[in-house]
Design a protein around this ligand. Structure first.
Ligand code: DOR
Ligand code: ZN
Length: 337
């Protein structure tokens, strides 16, 4: 048995419409706080869009503290950002490089042109969450994260020394080193980047359900993520990047990027820490490190989980006429009791 604080997911995609109802319900079961991403079909780049989305999500939310993000791009207005900040409409700002992932066609092509917004964030102590990939035609997708560190992130950290940054869903040993050698920056790690590698993704048969951005890397990188997560290092914490796409869009001639992991992510993380004999660091990874980075208080009541062997996992969740594909890695499950 394990007793832990109710976890936080500091990176999740709730989407819109009936899908958001479905997904949020699952989130409410597992998480005390969720940080919700703004890459909707029409990204949340202004107060009208954000207010509308907030209203819908907060109406259906039952039990989690929902933290919203705003989608930064060159069309944002400083005045509008000020208004949203004054009225506490968003918690952090998200930066997507142009075409890096789902709904990022209105992302940022030149980070240097975003200086006035980054200054605003820095001056107002608003965290910046970054999808850290440098995307360029014909560049190797496996190199995108490392290139981002060299070309963009180094520039940002040098220039905005007091800006609080979260490098999202890191996948490489290079990112682990970068975080450890810079101030004011932490990183989220997803379940699937922690538990999978290029071999499990495509070494035998290709698994479209594991296709995501950044693409899953080789075992050398995976081991660096595992080591730092298990260690309880305060600069690294959980953000699932759980990203629901319909099965017909995943198992399709052109597969969209995203792993839907919410249903079993906590079970997977508990099993991973358990088999590595690091259960004493679970609260750090799942709750405390993220809250510390963001300066948030958290609910300290504890919840018990029991381990069931050879559990029959639900691979697909029915949604309308389609399915969502639940990510799971292990044979054993940890169930809340
Ligand atoms: O694989 C991904 N899917 N990575 C992201 O960064 C976004 C996400 C999505 O929204 O589908
Ligand atoms: Zn994401």
């Amino acid at each position: 048995m394990l007793k832990i604080f109710k976890p936080c997911d500091f990176h999740v995609h709730l989407r819109e419409g009936s899908l958001s109802h479905f997904v949020l319900k699952e989130n409410n079961k597992h998480f005390q706080k969720i940080l919700v991403m703004p890459n909707l079909k029409k990204p949340l780049t202004n107060s009208n869009l954000l207010l509308n989305y907030r209203k819908k999500i907060l109406k259906i939310n039952k039990s989690s503290e929902v933290l919203f993000t705003i989608y930064l791009n060159k069309d944002c207005s400083l005045k509008d950002l000020e208004y949203m900040h004054k009225n506490k409409l968003f918690f952090s700002a998200k930066l997507y490089p142009l075409n890096a992932t789902t709904n990022s066609t209105s992302g940022v092509s030149d980070i240097k042109k975003m200086s006035k917004f980054l200054t605003f964030l820095e001056e107002n102590n608003i965290p910046l969450c970054i999808h850290g990939e440098h995307v360029h035609n014909n560049d190797d997708p496996y190199e995108r994260e490392k290139k981002f560190l060299d070309k963009e992130l180094s520039w940002i950290t040098k220039r905005f020394k007091s800006l609080k940054i979260t490098l999202e869903h890191i996948t490489t040993k290079d990112s682990v080193s970068f975080i450890n050698s810079h101030k004011n920056i932490s990183a989220t790690i997803t379940t699937h980047h922690l538990l999978e590698n290029t071999y499990s993704f495509l070494g035998n048969e290709l698994k479209p359900e594991l296709f995501c951005k950044p693409i899953i890397k080789g075992s050398v990188h995976q081991e660096a993520l595992q080591k730092v997560a298990l260690s309880g290092n305060p600069r690294f914490f959980f953000g699932s990047d759980s990203a629901p796409h319909l099965k017909t869009r995943k198992f399709a001639p052109s597969c969209c990027a995203g792993v839907y992991s919410t249903k079993y992510s906590i079970s997977n993380i508990l099993e991973f820490f358990w088999i590595n004999k690091k259960s004493s660091n679970i609260n750090k990874f799942l709750t405390q490190n993220g809250c510390k980075h963001y300066g948030l208080n958290y609910d300290k009541s504890t919840h018990s989980y029991k381990r069931l062997k050879n559990f029959k996992f639900q691979k697909y969740s029915k949604f309308k006429n389609d399915y969502l594909i639940n990510y799971n890695c292990f044979d054993n499950i940890w169930l809340k009791i």
